[in-house]
Design a protein around this ligand. Structure first.
Ligand SMILES: [Zn+2]
Length: 354
């Protein structure tokens, strides 16, 4: 007999309902699938981004979420949201996760909210959920299964761009496509002080689209499987990078000990490269003869004039921002704009090698 297919079922609530837990964990029966049940106790100090980052959420196939996650908070401030709002956000980020919303406040047809069980009636909670919830979960699982079936055909379709097929199948498997969402860009930029982790170019001075989220260890460093792509896409492997560094780095596979030596998050990379007195990026003396470091340096074009201008622009921008004297401030602003013009001329002239 073949093994049963797995379905991940997740329940999210700020105030866990025992009857629901008991039903989903024990009473809910699905003979066709191996249903793996998990829960998230949602704290009011959490926000939707923490849910979107949670592996329980990204690996879920069906989510049951409480409508009111901030029941105990009187002020509805930034970061708060309802279960039905989360359902919609999730539809945008992970279109293949099925979401059901429940509430203790009775039925709400307009938002498709399922009422929670209330004791006192003639039904037990199990009978109640068998009646109002089971069918909905079964339907959701059926839709998940349908897309799994289609995806098996899709991966063999030579007429559709391989890249698009991979993205689609990855999304079905809960792999977040960080690059597509502005919120992640902003979050990443902030972690890296808005600077490219490799060359230090400042995001604010360059066009918005000149920065990307880079896979520190490229996809080729991981097995060419869904699991491999999940590993590659994990937060710890993602780095804020300017396009020039990211594209230059593309073909490079970083293996030990270079994964540690070139680590951008613990500052190790700053020990490999330095700025010389003319502000060019150079390889430090210790690694002058290291072939891999040389290859990395050349592939990322770290020695280019533009890297130097980016650095000078960064310094000038800092001075400009802190200057109190209006005249001097204006002069600094003019110099900065001339510098950026010069930089962009170089970039445009060498577009093919950037
Ligand atoms: Zn860079």
């Amino acid at each position: 007999m073949s093994e049963k297919e797995k379905i991940n079922l997740l329940y999210i609530d700020d105030d866990r309902d025992e009857a629901i837990s008991a039903y989903l964990e024990g009473d809910y029966q699905n003979n066709v699938y191996d249903v793996n049940y998990q829960e998230i106790d949602f704290g009011s100090n959490q926000d939707y981004e923490s849910l979107l980052d949670s592996e329980k959420v990204t690996s879920a196939n069906v989510i049951l979420i409480d409508s009111r996650l901030f029941e105990n908070d009187s002020i509805r401030d930034k970061g708060k949201f309802s279960g039905e709002e989360f359902r919609m956000i999730l539809r945008k980020v992970f279109p293949f996760i099925e979401v059901l919303v429940i509430s203790q406040n009775g039925e709400n047809k307009e938002f498709e909210i399922i009422p929670k069980y209330r004791s006192g009636g003639s039904e037990t909670s199990r009978e109640y959920y068998d009646r109002v919830l089971k069918e909905k979960i079964d339907e959701s699982i059926k839709r998940v299964k349908t897309f799994r079936n289609i995806s098996k055909k899709l991966v063999n379709n030579k007429g559709i761009e391989k890249f698009l097929i991979e993205k689609t199948v990855d999304s079905l498997n809960g792999i977040n496509d960080y690059e597509d969402f502005g919120i992640y860009h902003k979050k990443f930029a902030k972690i890296y002080n808005n600077k490219c982790a490799y060359c230090g170019a400042l995001w604010g001075l360059l066009p918005v689209e000149s920065f990307e989220v880079d896979h520190f260890l490229n996809i080729a460093s991981f097995p060419d499987t869904t699991d491999g792509r999940i590993e590659a896409g994990k937060m710890i492997n993602l780095v804020w990078s300017c396009i020039s560094c990211n594209r230059g780095k593309r073909g490079i596979t970083i293996k030990p000990p270079y994964d540690n030596l070139l680590n951008t998050d613990n500052g190790n990379i700053a020990l490999i490269f330095k700025r010389d007195s003319d502000y060019y990026i150079r390889i430090c003396d210790t690694y002058q003869d290291d072939e891999f470091i040389k290859k990395f340096y050349e592939s990322l074009h770290l020695g280019y004039e533009t890297r130097r201008l980016d650095y000078l622009a960064l310094q000038l921008e800092g001075k400009y921002r802190n200057e109190k004297d209006e005249n001097r401030r204006q002069k600094l602003g003019e110099s900065l704009s001339l510098l950026l013009q010069k930089r962009n001329r170089i970039v445009n002239a060498g577009r093919s090698i950037q």
